[in-house]
Design a protein around this ligand. Structure first.
Ligand code: SF4
Length: 670
């Protein structure tokens, strides 16, 4: 399986003499049907890179030295045990990884809960789709993509909002374009940037970043005013409609146009196209979720789909496109501070009793800290030790100068990774892990499909699979976690995780299974909420527009928005070491509109300083009409010009996701 985005494409790794030499697409698969994007095709050689960690490292007098596994693991265990006995289990935090397998995420959260004794476990879903999990669970009872990737092609209308689909989820992007070109689907795009999908759009709405709630309320206002709502669906399948109807009455097209900057004719036209479709599918991604209003945005998506009955049928639905290859699985398997595997709540006595029995240990009954909360607690001296498995907060988290200070102030930091990332450089102990090509396991893609990956080559040097490392540390802490292989871990997962109840390695061969898959005879689930929502009735939530926490002013007059690009991935630790990809795009850039460039006297390709109230970076300017006037865009893949030095760590009050999509900056010539 591809190690990059959440599409979960299948591929064949070709190896020779223990090195990967080529990737070829696998024919006959459901997800990618033999296609791969540029990352899947040419992004694999990071696995062979000379920078791979091959031995445990221990820092002494500010420099790393190589160490044996025995020495490194004993040191980690003794430091964690000391911290726990001095300050309590909640002084330790753990970051699991959306890059690791389901089995490894299960093992890591079990380690934090059972061996350490805290619910302080989280991972980067907090930075991308925590608001999806919260918002869709509240509205529908399940926080996942409702439909399947293959269904997108057969929708009558596709509404892509806050999703640069062709760059961030290229195989799904191909499906959208195919739907438009070959199947006559209509396409509505809402995005502050001119992206490839806007070329194919019947309506492109360029909203001001952070105004999505107003936009969706405006669409619902038009639909209700024109009597286009699905009255039967609302009456039979939902609750709370009258409150939403009342709330959106205030959002006339004129008012929404003023808030969002979108011409009112486009709002009306988009509302009519979406509401009149027989099968309309919403696709959204981090443009919707990475806001302090992220949960509100997601609830708005659910409101719109229920208003028009576009849920619970093929080629409809509310479809969050998950970013990393296993971010869905890391959530499913409980690498979250409030839930055990299968979204069973840690505050629920029955759920906790079940896991106490299964794991033979007493468990903590309070919700733990999220990613950003752990960093803030470290900064405040409350979290003393962190165990980071395969995450890179020194590039991915907001307000990086503070993140660095927080990590430096820890008593003990252990990082487990395949490279010496900017985060690993700050560690006291670094543990070398195996890459995706070097071990067995499963990943769950964005459409809830659990698929197997197979070992192609051995890990370099002494690097080992993450699950083995975690189990070894647990044993040294006096809590035994013994498994012969990942298949055994999956068997345990199936016993305690109802949505994975029917999973097992033999059944997962081939195209895998989509959860919920409740028992060994269950075929898996292509789309959710067919006759009944997971929570019974779908729930409408009235949502009011609130302005983002930081808006441009005289000192910082531009809106910064951040995102991904086709040739790189996430914090760049893999794609920056993939030769073809990094040669094509070797450095970051700030996109700015020609009018802003002219006003500031900035020319194309000139280096500029971008600063916010939290820090500054130097970066190349790209003058382009991809962004509107007053807005600049920086991809967040480049550690040397890290966009997140500038972003703001204000959090969504429900999902605790930070505001990574809107902050105020200024640009200056250097
Ligand atoms: Fe990999 Fe995503 Fe590209 Fe598929 S679309 S090849 S999963 S990066």
């Amino acid at each position: 399986m591809c190690p990059f985005c959440g599409c979960g494409c299948n591929l064949i790794l070709n190896s020779k003499d223990g090195q990967l030499v080529k990737v070829t697409p696998q024919k006959g698969t459901i997800v990618n049907q033999g296609s791969l994007c540029v990352k899947g095709s040419f992004g694999y050689d990071f696995v062979n890179h000379k920078d791979r960690l091959t031995s445990p490292l221990i820092k002494e007098n500010g420099a790393f030295r190589e160490a044996s596994w025995e020495e490194a693991l004993s040191l980690v265990a003794s430091k964690l045990a000391d911290t726990k006995s001095k300050y309590g289990a909640d002084s330790i935090g753990g970051l699991s990884s959306a890059k690791c397998t389901n089995e490894e995420n299960y093992i890591f959260q079990k380690f934090m809960r059972a061996a350490i004794g805290t619910n302080n476990v989280d991972h980067c879903a907090r930075l991308c789709h925590a608001s999806t999990v919260a918002g869709l669970a509240a509205a529908f009872g399940s926080g996942a993509m409702t439909n399947s990737i293959a269904e997108v092609e057969y929708a009558d209308v596709i509404f892509a909002i806050g999703s640069n689909t062709t760059d961030s989820h290229p195989i799904i992007g191909i499906g959208v374009i195919k739907a438009v070109r070959e199947n006559g689907a209509k396409l509505i795009v809402a995005d502050p940037r001119k992206i490839r999908l806007t070329e194919y759009a019947d309506v492109w709405m360029r909203q001001k970043p952070g105004t999505d709630v107003a936009l969706i309320n405006g669409l619902m206002n038009v639909i209700i005013s024109e009597g286009l709502e699905d009255k039967d669906f609302i009456a039979n399948r939902t609750e709370g409609y009258e409150d939403v109807k009342q709330a959106v009455a205030e959002y006339s097209p004129d008012k929404v146009s003023e808030i969002t900057g979108i011409p009112k004719e486009d709002i009306i036209s988009a509302a009519r196209i979406y509401a009149k479709a027989d099968r309309a599918s919403i696709l959204y991604s981090m443009g919707i979720t990475q806001h302090v209003a992220g949960t509100d945005n997601v609830k708005s998506m659910a409101n719109l789909a229920m208003l028009t009955g576009n849920i619970g049928r093929e080629s409809t639905g509310v479809n969050p496109l998950r970013g990393q290859n296993n971010v869905q699985g890391a959530c499913d398997l409980g690498a979250l501070p409030n839930v055990y595997p299968g979204y069973q709540k840690v505050v629920d006595d029955a759920a906790r009793a079940k896991f106490e029995k299964a794991w033979d240990v007493k468990l903590d009954n309070k919700v733990g800290l999220t990613v950003v909360e752990m960093i803030k607690a470290a900064y405040a001296g409350k979290v003393k030790a962190l165990y980071i498995m395969g995450e890179n907060p020194m590039v991915s988290d907001p307000d990086l100068n503070k993140v660095e200070k927080a990590l430096e102030s820890l008593d003990f930091l252990v990082v487990q990774d395949i490279f010496l990332t900017p985060t690993a450089k700050l560690a006291d102990v670094v543990l070398p892990a195996a890459s995706f090509a070097e071990h067995e396991g499963t990943f769950t893609n964005t459409e809830r499909r659990v698929q197997r990956l197979y070992k192609a080559i051995d890990a370099p040097g002494d690097a080992r699979e993450d699950w083995r490392i975690v189990c070894d540390i647990a044993g040294r802490l006096g809590y035994q976690m013994s498994y012969d292989c990942p298949a055994d871990i999956m068997d345990e997962i199936a016993l305690v995780t109802p949505i994975y109840g029917g999973m097992g390695y033999e059944r997962l061969n081939g195209v895998g299974l989509q959860w919920p898959c409740l028992d060994k005879s269950h075929p898996g689930t292509k789309f959710l909420h067919q006759d009944k929502f997971a929570r019974g009735l779908g729930k409408f939530f009235p949502v009011e527009f609130k302005a983002p926490p930081e808006w441009p002013d005289a000192e910082y007059p531009l809106i910064l928005t951040t995102g991904r690009m086709l040739f790189h991935f996430h914090t760049g630790s893999m794609t920056r070491r993939a030769k073809a990809l990094d040669e094509h795009i070797p450095e970051g850039m700030v996109e700015l509109n020609p009018a802003d460039a002219k006003r500031l006297g900035i020319t194309h390709n000139e280096r500029v300083k971008v600063s916010s109230r939290r820090g500054e970076i130097s970066i190349k300017a790209q003058v382009t009409d991809k962004v509107g006037e007053g807005v600049v865009f920086i991809p967040f893949h480049f550690a040397e010009s890290a966009a997140n030095t500038l972003t703001i760590a204000e959090l969504d009050p429900v999902a605790k996701i930070p505001e990574l999509k809107v902050c105020a900056v200024k640009l200056e010539r250097i």
